[in-house]
Design a protein around this ligand. Structure first.
Ligand code: PLP
Length: 399
């Protein structure tokens, strides 16, 4: 008997979580996903901040196809000059400050974080690391070591030693940065905590203390990068420049690629004594790099990051008065809607799905749901979407 896709999915695909009734998606276009029964769902998650340009952008498909026709994988460890990597690096360093002029291309967000932590240890010769409660930086051992949630990591100990966890927006953190600290790793806007914006004075104080103590400031912009914050990078909006910037997710416009970026002087420490300080077979894969280069061009040409602000505000204005809503936290098109605590978010997500909206929770904030649609969403589509959100919230109240 021939098994269905659903049966093989459930029996043979190793899955990190159990989803009661997963949708089978057969195509995706713009802000919409289409199922095997030809139903249309509006995507308000963007594959967790990946599909900033929407799904199936024809220019990205063209860039991918053109590169596939030229070459795919050639050789690892930076042995050949590959024009997609070079173009992408030039486009990135053109918009970044001089202190972030060296781009190490990797495959994923977790790998960017691994590279950043290793680089900070090499540059400073120190091993102590500061990280934040309710921060998510990835699932590999190093990234999990700086994950700010004991419940998710206790089963994998021992992890990296010498890590101290701090409270986001708490000024005590500044005192914890000393001349023994290799680095402090943080999301400039905490996403999985439910979209927590930094106090500008606090984040500036962190920057100053890092500079004074020779500590490396690592910003993980893996979710916020490439326009979601309303600027190309959130650090530009906050006016605080990190020593290492970690990127991934939306970077590849749907293809897997990431980067950790620092000064050329810092990066040289990975090259010698010992050699090959960080190596990766597929990092900066030419097809992914071609997609990423085109994606960055589209973002800039269409100014999607700038429009993200007014679009985000449109969601907030339409939803903030609803009886179920306690608070909305928003930057660009990253929105955390916190409900009054008598509301159950998982049951609301089921209502959203029934009403053909794809909405998700945050890892570390059980009372909020996430609105993070592709940045290409139009004002009319937002209008239509908020009507369905309001209808779903009403439906939950009357149940
Ligand atoms: N950092 C942040 C802020 C993330 O949200 C994620 C993934 O959700 C990661 C790092 C890890 O990225 P990846 O899943 O590509 O390894």
């Amino acid at each position: 008997m021939q098994l269905t896709n659903r049966q093989i999915f459930q029996n043979n695909l190793a899955l990190p979580s159990i989803v009661a009734d997963p949708l089978e998606i057969v195509s995706a276009d713009g802000i919409y996903l289409y199922t095997d029964s030809n139903e249309r769902y509006t995507d308000l998650v963007s594959g967790v901040s990946v599909s900033n340009l929407g799904h199936s952008n024809p220019l990205i498909k063209e860039a991918v196809n053109q590169q596939v026709d030229k070459y795919m994988h050639l050789m690892v460890y930076g042995k050949y000059i590959q024009s997609p990597q070079v173009k992408l690096t030039k486009a990135l360093t053109d918009i970044l400050p001089e202190s972030l002029n060296s781009v190490y291309l990797v495959n994923s967000g977790s790998e960017a974080v691994e590279g950043a932590l290793k680089l900070a240890k090499r540059v400073t010769g120190r091993a102590e690391i500061l990280a934040f409660n309710n921060a998510y930086h990835g699932s590999t051992h190093g990234a999990m070591s700086v994950l700010g949630c004991e419940e998710m990591k206790y089963a994998y100990r021992p992890l990296l030693p010498g890590i101290t966890f701090c409270e986001f927006n708490n000024f005590d953190t500044v005192n914890k940065i000393t001349t023994n600290t290799a680095c402090i790793i943080m999301e400039p806007v905490q996403t999985e905590a439910g979209v927590i914006l930094p106090d500008p004075e606090w984040i500036n104080a962190i920057r100053e203390k890092c500079t004074a103590t020779g500590t490396i400031l690592i910003f993980d912009e893996i979710q916020m990068g490439f326009g979601r914050s309303g600027d190309i990078f959130a650090f530009q909006k906050l006016n605080v420049t990190p020593d290492i910037l970690c990127l991934a997710k939306a970077m590849g416009a749907g293809m897997p690629i990431g980067a950790f970026i620092s000064s050329a002087e810092n990066m040289k420490t990975l090259t010698n004594n010992p050699i090959l300080g960080h190596i990766t077979t597929f990092g900066g894969h030419p097809v992914c790099a071609a997609a990423a280069y085109k994606g960055l061009q589209i973002l800039q040409d269409e100014q999607l990051h700038i429009h993200a602000n007014e679009k985000g505000e449109q969601f907030v204005k339409a939803l903030e008065k609803h009886d179920s809503v306690k608070e909305i936290r928003q930057i660009g098109l990253m929105i955390g809607v916190e409900l009054h605590h008598n509301h159950d978010v998982p049951s609301l997500l089921k209502i959203f799905q029934k009403n053909k909206l794809i909405v998700d929770q945050f890892l570390f904030n059980t009372h909020s749901f996430r609105i993070a649609p592709p940045l290409i969403i139009t004002s009319e589509q937002i209008e239509e979407t908020v009507q369905t959100i309001i209808m779903s919230l009403d439906e939950q109240i009357t149940r």
